[in-house]
Design a protein around this ligand. Structure first.
Ligand code: FAD
Length: 369
């Protein structure tokens, strides 16, 4: 089998394929993965994902990460999630979430219990602590995952090879070579100009640009990654609950600037204590690559409202992912060719299980999706 793209979605297909008994070659045009999959938080988010299929994909994917990480030498940097409620209107959203099946295993914390767990957090409406989520350092995890797939499963990698054409059973490389495979999984992330542009046009796909910051180690450790009120109106697992209406209305006036830039707060911590803070969301077919200082400042204000004075910014970067309505695009544009694109910014959280479904469908082991 041939996989085009060595981001998390491509590597997830490679893993599912070798587990199904296939010999796999992964082709990527870059010398190493350099797209969304190494620019993200590495936050495998289960809690807050859209209820139903996406939440289930995330739960299964988190299980696969837990299984693969020790074998591949990938450190789990953090476990769990702390979703804090800053405004009174957040409390019913947190309570409403706990009352659903998605709250299973989670704990609802009062403000005082939150203070015991995370003294830095300012959140009068308390919090939810979920044990379901985990975090890896993506810029290290992706190369390790690729190296492990090669060493333990014999996956061959062709980095630095752009794929310029795909047809049933064959992939054409820019250097004139052709690779043959019984099945071809095309996982090109947000590049829709090169392969199957007509499919993307039908799906009305665009790009989403995100700004990210790394802050110096603050001298304390977070008990888990942190999200806050703005996440409660962005992540559909909370935002689709009827209890979210009052919080949405309040934030629409109080946090219009942040909402306008699609900002919500995620704070995760690395092994060296540094914090990764984001993110913003701007949409367009070719977003500019420039990080805006005013967006960074707005994200830091969100940080400071929850966790106090922000340490110095040590890194800034932007990333883009493919964006369209719905969780993902899974299409077979020709026999034996499968195009798989996560269009909801959740590839690290859901990619492993999505790939398992796609590959098992091809092998006749599951329902085709
Ligand atoms: C800043 C940021 C933060 C995010 N945070 C999170 C998070 O915390 N949790 C989460 O679940 N998701 C998060 N996401 C979303 C997640 O990172 C993406 O959904 C996921 O990485 C998409 O993976 P991918 O493999 O499809 O794309 P990519 O990682 O972009 O990989 C696609 C690969 O395909 C290759 N390619 C494309 N076309 C060709 C071709 N013609 N020939 C050869 N190679 C080709 C590219 O070189 C690239 O390496 C975030 C995204 C960003 C940008």
């Amino acid at each position: 089998m041939i996989v085009v793209g060595a981001g998390i979605v491509g590597l997830a297909h490679a893993l599912a394929a070798v587990r199904a008994g296939a010999r796999v070659t992964v082709v990527d045009r870059d010398a190493r993965a350099n797209g969304a999959s190494i620019r993200n938080f590495g936050f495998i988010t289960v809690t807050g994902q859209e209820r139903g299929r996406v939440w289930n994909l995330a739960r299964r994917s988190a299980g696969i990460w837990r299984d693969v990480a020790p074998a591949a030498g990938i450190r789990i940097e953090q476990q769990g999630l702390l979703v804090v409620g800053q405004r009174p209107e957040a409390a019913p959203v947190l309570d409403g979430f706990m009352a659903t099946e998605m709250g299973e295993g989670c704990r609802r914390l009062t403000a005082s219990a939150l203070g015991d767990l995370c003294p830095q957090a300012h959140a009068p409406a308390g919090a939810i602590f979920s044990p379901h989520d985990l975090r890896v350092e993506s810029r290290e995890a992706l190369p390790r995952l690729a190296a492990w797939l090669a060493a333990a499963h014999g996956v061959r990698f062709r980095f630095g090879s752009a794929v310029v054409g795909v047809e049933t059973g064959r992939v054409a490389l820019a250097n004139g070579e052709t690779l043959s495979g019984d099945a071809i999984f095309v996982c090109p992330g947000d590049d829709w100009a090169s392969l199957f542009p007509a499919v993307y046009a039908e799906e009305a796909i665009t790009r989403c640009k995100l700004q990210m910051l790394r802050l110096a180690a603050p001298g304390w450790r977070l008990p888990a990654p942190v999200m806050s009120d703005l996440s409660l109106v962005r992540y559909l697992g909370y935002a689709a609950l009827p209890e979210a209406a009052a919080l949405k209305a309040r934030l629409a006036t109080e946090a219009a600037e942040a909402l306008g830039w699609g900002i919500h707060l995620i704070v995760v911590q690395s092994a060296d204590g540094s914090l990764v803070v984001g993110d913003s969301h701007e949409y367009g077919p070719t977003p500019d690559p420039f990080g805006r200082a005013d967006i960074d400042a707005a994200m830091l204000r969100q940080y400071e409202a929850v966790l106090g004075a922000a340490p110095a910014v040590t890194e800034r970067w932007t990333g883009t992912y493919a964006s369209a309505a719905g969780h993902s695009i899974v299409r077979a544009p020709m026999a034996g060719v499968h195009l798989v694109v996560v269009t909801s910014g959740t590839g690290a959280s859901t990619g492993f299980a999505l790939a398992e479904d796609v590959v098992n469908g091809v092998f006749g082991k599951g329902e085709p999706i």
